[in-house]
Design a protein around this ligand. Structure first.
Ligand code: PHE
Length: 337
């Protein structure tokens, strides 16, 4: 019996064959169990001899089964490892990595620059009241300059903000007329324009405000000069031209020189050699007053710019719609390595 069982174990090829053999020889209905069960019928002398023999046979078969099981398992593992081998020397496939949007990068660059000059960053709501968007900025109802900014009205008193200047009015109000204000406010603005290469019904602005005692026009010029040089290059010049905004007096528009230099020398960009990049001026006394600042004690300057326009000039982007249509081929050109 033992020899027969061991041959079968030897020949078994799978783990389930082994299980069958185990059941057949060592199971409850197997021959060894039967022998052990019949012990009662044996004589006193026979019992220990047969008992010992049966146990030995059972043990031998069980040991062989265990040994074979281990062998089969090891072989199975070996096979699986072979099948699942990885060739770690194969070159990898490139992974597509995202990066910040060009507009995000420019706004962050502008923010860093002004933080360096001691300005804080402020945000405000995109759905704004008529009061903060216009009235508090010296644009009462019916003022003709409201037409400069075609608006999306939601109700008679609510609209999509047409510029980020309301954040300045809000911040001055928050500071209650007795603290200096030095802030910039980046954010989305909305105007009822027909989209084309240079217009978009939604675009971005960064506006700045500095209110304190004894702020002068030369402070505005100094800050803007530093800004222009740091963003576009130390060889750039700025110039201020008189302009009009209802919330500043006097008001200016600022141009930067657009000298382009390459290996063969320098040339001046199209036209006059100057490009307009932002508007600004000294905060109108009425605006200070409405926000709770005494214009006899406090004064200040404000300015506003469009990061799209700045990015277009800096990187030669020819259509504002590129910023919003999100063609990855466009965006990827501006991802820093
Ligand atoms: N808010 C103005 C605009 O949107 C820009 C500006 C801001 C001009 C601050 C002067 C001072 O056109």
């Amino acid at each position: 019996l033992q020899a027969e069982a061991l041959t079968k174990v030897e020949e078994a090829a799978t783990l389930s064959d082994l299980q069958d053999i185990r059941v057949a020889y060592l199971g409850k209905k197997g021959p060894i169990t039967e022998v052990l069960r019949g012990m009662g019928k044996l004589s006193k002398e026979e019992r220990p001899v047969i008992g010992e023999l049966a146990n030995k046979v059972r043990e031998t078969i069980a040991n062989e089964l265990d040994a074979k099981k281990e062998k089969l398992e090891a072989a199975g593992l070996e096979k699986r490892l072979e099948k699942e081998t990885l060739d770690v020397t194969l070159p990898g496939r490139p992974v597509q990595v995202g990066g910040p949007h060009l507009l995000t990068s420019i706004v962050e660059e502008i923010e860093d620059l002004f933080i360096g000059m001691g300005f804080e960053i402020k945000e405000g709501p995109e759905v704004e009241t008529d009061y903060y968007n216009f009235e508090a900025l010296n644009l009462p109802k019916g003022h003709p300059a409201r037409d400069m900014q075609d608006s999306f009205y939601i109700t008679e008193e609510l609209l999509m903000r047409t510029h980020t200047s309301p954040v300045q009015a809000r911040t001055m109000g928050e500071y209650k007329g007795n603290k200096p204000v030095k802030m910039i406010c980046p954010g989305k603005v909305y105007r009822r324009d027909t989209d084309d290469a240079t217009h978009s019904h939604q675009f971005t602005q960064v506006e700045g405000l500095y209110v304190d005692k004894n702020v002068r026009m030369s402070d505005l010029k100094g800050v803007l000069n530093r800004f222009a040089k740091q963003l576009f290059g130390e060889d750039r010049e700025i110039r201020l031209r008189p302009s009009f905004f209802p919330f500043t007096e006097p008001s200016v528009e600022m141009d930067i020189s657009c000298k382009v230099c390459n290996g063969e020398g320098c040339s001046v960009c199209k036209g006059t050699g100057w490009i307009e990049i932002l508007g600004g001026g000294m905060v109108h006394p009425r605006v200070l007053e409405m926000a709770g600042y005494d214009p006899k004690v406090y004064n200040g300057f404000a300015f506003g710019m469009g990061p799209e326009r700045i990015a277009m000039l800096k990187y030669g982007v020819d259509d504002i719609r590129h910023f919003y249509t999100n063609d990855v081929r466009f965006l990827q050109q501006y991802h820093k390595a």
